[in-house]
Design a protein around this ligand. Structure first.
Ligand code: PLP
Length: 443
């Protein structure tokens, strides 16, 4: 509301509700008299307290302001391939454009049949993946929407979900918003960021309903071995947990890394496998993702009813993008060229990882998958107590936007995440400037 409003005079002595009251200046249209009026202020819903998504949080909003003022900001806060010159494969775009005239109506809430059929076919080729049919597949407006649907469908107030630390923070946010409690299990940097199985075990309680596994991992870049995955599955099995397998980076692998789908190792558990077009197919703006619910029918039917209810309430996923799914999943997978030793993403990963490790007081485990480095700052070397303040200062001084480790629910102010999507020259200069910036924070 502007500082002075022209409004009809009303009695403001009784204001409905018990929320906060503010005073605004109003002008009576009849008399032209200006006076103060008490008004009800609308506050954010209580259920949002504790819900955080720092990747697009206050520091990123500050970056928008700086960009609006004409500053060139290097945004290394989101894994957004298109803005770094990674174009979608032609065939994806062509199929979507061709489908536009027929994509005007709502679709089935679970998604169009051809997309779901293509997803089923894709997983038929994954070794050991349980048998599925189109009825087990839901398409969504990105994996993000499906994560929220699952958390809302599963959790009662106070139910606990085991989530990795560091995490992709949407999982913690969606759990909290659904009334659940995120309980973070530690991934061990000294063990190539593998999940600490004993920590997982120690954190299971009577209220634990599910465990989230992000593999390949954002933000650490870890890719888990079959053995590690089997151990996680064993804990889930012993405690009858639902397994949420976020596998959106399953085709972004480096060197000899191999991805194993969790559902293939847990056919006896209710497992939800998430994936989509955002990363491997570089079309995150299209908002096309999917999930597959596997496991014994009797165990999952209540949850599935909830998922169907919520999917129906949002009517359907955006229809044009669904037509891109079949084209994307069939035929040549161009991502493999980008991640091969001569490929652009591979070269950028090498450079980012090497150059980060060259900065004194910075160490980084080599990412074996995904699009991120998650380096550590040695706090004996650097005088840093607040990683958000550090990232804000970096943004203001160097116009580089990174995300602080605590934004991934990491419990110390000693990490940050770098997206290695820019071309090598851009990345190289950015990391040089980062090193220079950090040199002013040496103890
Ligand atoms: C681990 C992980 N899961 C899910 C998503 C969300 O992807 P989508 O674009 O499909 O919503 C992301 C996006 O960065 C991610 O990193």
């Amino acid at each position: 509301m502007s500082s002075q409003e022209t409004v009809q005079p009303v009695d403001d002595s009784q204001i409905p509700g018990d929320g906060p009251i503010v005073t605004t200046t109003v002008k009576d249209p009849a008399t032209g008299e200006v006076r103060r009026r008490r008004r009800r202020a609308f506050t954010m819903a209580d259920k949002l307290s504790g819900v955080q998504y720092e990747i697009r949080g206050p520091i990123s909003q500050e970056a928008e302001k700086l960009a609006y003022d004409g500053h060139k900001i290097l945004k290394l806060n989101t894994g957004n391939p298109a803005v770094f010159g990674f174009e979608a494969p032609d065939v994806i775009m062509r199929d979507m454009i061709a489908a536009l005239p027929h994509a005007q109506g709502y679709s089935n809430s679970k998604g169009i049949l051809s997309a779901r059929r293509a997803i089923v076919t894709r997983y038929e080729l994954v070794e050991g993946f349980p048998d599925i049919d189109v009825e087990d597949v839901w398409v969504g407006n990105g994996v993000s929407e499906l994560i929220q649907i699952c958390c809302q469908a599963l959790l009662n107030d106070g139910d606990e979900v085991l989530i990795p630390m560091p995490d992709y923070p949407l999982w913690t946010a969606a759990t909290t918003l659904a009334g659940g409690k995120a309980v973070h299990y530690r991934c061990d940097e000294d063990n190539e960021w593998n999940p600490d199985i004993e920590d997982i075990r120690a954190k299971v309680s009577e209220k634990t309903r599910a465990i989230v596994v992000i593999n390949p991992n954002n933000p650490t870049g870890a890719v888990y071995s079959k053995d590690v995955l089997k151990k996680i599955v064993q804990v889930a099995r012993e405690h009858e947990l639902m397994v949420f397998a976020d596998e959106i980076y399953d085709r972004i692998l480096f060197d000899d890394a191999v991805h194993y789908s969790l559902a293939a190792l847990a056919p006896d558990l209710v497992t939800v496998t998430f994936n989509g077009l955002s990363k491997a197919y570089r079309v995150c703006g299209y908002r096309a993702g999917w999930m597959i619910v596997t496991g014994p029918k009797r165990m999952k039917e209540g949850f599935v009813a909830g998922v169907n209810l919520l999917s129906g309430m949002r009517l359907c996923p955006n229809v044009p993008a669904q037509h891109a799914i079949q084209a994307a999943l069939g035929g040549k997978q161009s991502i493999f060229q980008l991640t091969a030793k001569t490929g652009r993403i591979y070269e950028q990963r090498e450079l980012a990882w090497q150059k980060l490790n060259e900065i004194p007081g910075v160490s980084c485990v080599k990412p074996m998958g995904a699009l991120y480095c998650f380096p550590k700052l040695d706090l004996d070397y650097y005088d840093i107590t607040d990683d958000s303040a550090l990232m804000l200062e970096l943004l203001r001084q160097q116009h580089i936007l990174l995300v602080q480790g605590t934004g991934f629910n990491w419990d110390r102010p000693d990490h940050f995440r770098v997206v290695f999507l820019p071309r090598v020259d851009v990345l190289s200069e950015a990391i040089d400037r980062l090193g220079d910036f950090l040199s002013h924070h040496v103890r």
